[in-house]
Design a protein around this ligand. Structure first.
Ligand code: HEC
Ligand code: HEC
Length: 320
């Protein structure tokens, strides 16, 4: 009976060890999947900057199907310029203003598509003018698809489309996150780095006020070609990005003296929050994965074997 209990315990330990190993493995996979999503998001923002190449010459062929957005050249090749920082295209923040093109909502369209469908579309399967295969390698297209299928959040849950204010943000929490991560580069009040956006000087507070969607996207995923920390890598949830945005909306904008331009006017593409972790559970898995990593994996196994050995030795001793 005693021996049975002990061997029962040993089996339980093995099972627990294996379960932990599986969770760790899943977490590690979650991390590389997350890296694809982050990379896809950066490619969506500006694939040629991310790949360190020049934009193709001239305008993207589809660009001539509209005349409302008068930008030209490299911007016309960016996914974000046609599909928006909120991914809603003409259904979202780009429904009016200087970025209006009438081009579609990829959040809606990709709901019906598999990642393979998206890659095929990026190769021009449906519309030869939408063919990015001369410029994007297979991996980049796959990462874009991963982002579009698994990295999007519905910005309308976080940003009021009329007032451009954050919905339900926790400013104090945002301030703590901002001070601990962002202030080092952007300064206490967000004015240390000045962005030159379409001929206008902007502070972090200006971007937060005028283009909260772009702010969110870039806070979640970083900015191509910079060393900026990535919310998604820090394990932030979309709500963390939202809170930082809420705090950033209290920072100086430099627009006080002049009358602020309507947010959708002249502002660059903007975006969203947080991290690709879509809920607490994936957050915990991802956290576990990155925390334990290969080392944790090894320790778990060695520890598990040591424990089993210990139990077996104890059982044998007791039997004497
Ligand atoms: C110049 C504007 C423009 C750019 C740049 C652009 N798209 Fe599109 N996209 C469109 C238009 C227009 C459509 C709908 C018609 C079509 O499929 O050509 C579309 C459709 C899509 C669809 C839906 C396809 C379907 O089958 O319904 C996806 C997904 C998509 N684009 C992703 C991207 C990604 C990713 C990028 C960046 C690599 C990108 N687009 C760049 C204009 C653009
Ligand atoms: C290591 C320095 C560094 C840190 C830390 C940092 N940033 Fe940045 N950030 C940059 C740089 C560099 C740029 C790009 C400046 C440019 O484009 O001229 C940038 C750009 C941005 C932009 C894009 C602005 C635009 O015009 O679209 C946003 C939004 C932003 N940062 C938010 C944040 C937030 C939020 C944090 C804290 C989570 C943060 N940054 C932390 C360096 C940093």
């Amino acid at each position: 009976m005693k021996v049975q209990q002990k061997s029962g315990l040993a089996i339980v330990l093995i099972v627990v060890g294996l379960a932990l190993a599986v969770v760790t493995k899943t977490g590690a996979q979650g991390t590389s999947q997350q890296e694809d999503i982050i990379r896809g998001a950066i490619l969506y923002d500006n694939w040629f900057a991310a790949l360190g190449v020049d934009a193709p010459p001239g305008d993207m062929p589809i660009w001539s199907r509209q005349s409302t957005n008068t930008r030209s050249g490299p911007d016309t090749w960016r996914c974000v310029e046609c599909h928006g920082w909120d991914y809603r295209g003409a259904q979202g923040a780009y429904a009016s203003g200087s970025h209006y093109t009438g081009f579609p909502d990829v959040m809606l369209l990709t709901r019906q598509m598999t990642e393979a469908d998206i890659v095929a579309h990026l190769k021009g399967a449906k519309d030869p003018a939408h063919d990015f295969s001369p410029y994007l390698d297979e991996t980049s297209m796959r990462q874009l698809a991963a982002f579009l299928k698994r990295g999007l959040i519905d910005d309308s849950l976080y940003i009021d489309a009329v007032s451009l204010k954050v919905i339900g943000g926790d400013v104090d929490h945002g301030q703590r996150l901002y001070q601990s991560v962002c202030a080092a580069c952007h300064g206490e009040d967000g004015t240390k780095i000045v962005f030159r956006s379409e001929g206008v000087n902007e502070y972090l507070g200006t971007v937060a006020a005028r283009d909260p969607w772009r702010f969110l996207h870039r806070t979640r995923f970083g900015v191509a070609g910079t060393e900026m920390p990535v919310g998604a890598t820090l394990g932030w949830l979309p709500s963390d990005g939202r809170d930082v945005l809420a705090y950033a909306q209290t920072l100086p904008t430099g627009l006080e003296e002049t009358s602020p331009a309507p947010a959708s006017e002249g502002a660059e593409p903007a975006q969203q929050i947080g991290g690709p972790a879509t809920n607490w559970w994936t957050g915990i898995l991802t956290g576990l994965g990155s925390f334990l990593g290969a080392l944790g994996y090894a320790i778990l196994f060695i520890g598990g074997f040591a424990l089993v050995g210990f139990v077996v030795v104890t059982i044998l001793r007791r039997r004497k």
